[in-house]
Design a protein around this ligand. Structure first.
Ligand code: HEM
Ligand code: HEM
Length: 191
C-alpha cells in the first residue's frame, strides 16, 4: 500500500485519521483531569466548615493539583512546539481560526492560572509545602495584603470565566463528533 509522510513526520496510510501523537493525547487528558480535580477541590472547600480539617485538605488538594497542571504545561507546550498538530479536519476558514485561537487561549490559561494561584498564596504570606515531606516551593513574592487581594480577584475571575471557555471548547469537540461526524474528537482520543 502507498504510504504518505505526514506533516508531523510520522508515516501515515492515506484515508486514516491523522491523530495527535500519544504524548500529546496523554498531556491533554492528564491536564484535563487535574484541572477538573482542582475545580472540584475548590468547590468542595466551600462546603467544609471554617477551620475544619476537610477544608484544609480541600485547599491543599486544590493547590497541588493546580501546581501539577503547571508542571505538565511546560513539557506539553514544548512538545506541541516541536511536534506541531495534525492537519485540521475539513471545515471553513473561520472554524479553523476559531479552533486555533481557542487552543492558544487554553494554553495560556494552563500557565497563567496556576502561577496566579501560587502568587496569591505567597502574597498572602504562605508558601506551598508538600505535606509529610516538608518540601517547600520557594515564594515568588513576599507578603503584601493589597497585592494578595488583587491577585486573588484575578485568579478567581479567570477561574470562573474558564468554566465557560472550557465548556465551549468541550461542546465544540462534541459538536464535531456528534453533529458534523468528523474525526476531531477521535484524533485527540487514543492511538
Ligand atoms: C489550573 C489550575 C487552577 C484552577 C483552575 C484554579 C481555580 C480556582 C477557582 C475557580 C477558585 C475559586 C474562585 C471563587 O471562589 O470564586 C480558586 C481559588 C483559589 N486558588 Fe486556584 N486554581 C488553580 C490553581 C491554583 C494554584 C496552583 C494555587 C496555589 C498554589 C491556587 C490557589 C488558590 C487560592 C489561594 C484561592 C483562594 C481560595 C479561597 O480563599 O477561597 N490555585 N482557584
Ligand atoms: C481543562 C480542560 C481542557 C483544556 C485546558 C484543553 C486544552 C486543549 C488544548 C490546548 C488543545 C490544543 C491541542 C494542540 O493543538 O496542541 C486541545 C485540543 C482538543 N481538545 Fe481540549 N482541553 C480541555 C478539555 C477538553 C474536553 C473536556 C474535551 C472533549 C469533550 C476536549 C477535546 C479536545 C479535542 C477534540 C481537541 C483537538 C481539537 C483539534 O484537533 O482541532 N478538550 N484542548
Amino acid at each position: 500500500m502507498n504510504r504518505l509522510q505526514g506533516v508531523s513526520g510520522a508515516m501515515e496510510f492515506p484515508g486514516t485519521v491523522r491523530r495527535y501523537d500519544g504524548l500529546a493525547i496523554f498531556f491533554h487528558w492528564a491536564v484535563f483531569l487535574l484541572i477538573a480535580a482542582a475545580y472540584a477541590a475548590i468547590e468542595l472547600k466551600g462546603f467544609a466548615g471554617k477551620g475544619s480539617p476537610a477544608r484544609s485538605l480541600a485547599m491543599a488538594a486544590h493547590e497541588w493539583t493546580g501546581l501539577l497542571v503547571l508542571v505538565l504545561a511546560v513539557p506539553r507546550l514544548l512538545w506541541r512546539l516541536v511536534r506541531g498538530a495534525p492537519p485540521a479536519e475539513p471545515g471553513s476558514r473561520w472554524m479553523h481560526l476559531a479552533g486555533e485561537a481557542m487552543h492558544w487561549v487554553l494554553y495560556l490559561f494552563i500557565f497563567a492560572q496556576p502561577i496566579l494561584g501560587l502568587l496569591t498564596l505567597n502574597a498572602g504570606g504562605h508558601v506551598l509545602t508538600l505535606p509529610g515531606l516538608g518540601l517547600q516551593i520557594p515564594a515568588w513574592v513576599g507578603p503584601d495584603d493589597a497585592l494578595k487581594d488583587q491577585l486573588e480577584e484575578i485568579h478567581e475571575t479567570l477561574g470562573n470565566a474558564f468554566y465557560l471557555v472550557i465548556g465551549l471548547h468541550a461542546m465544540a469537540a462534541l459538536f464535531h463528533h456528534y453533529m458534523l461526524g468528523d474525526n476531531t474528537l477521535r484524533r485527540m482520543w487514543r492511538r
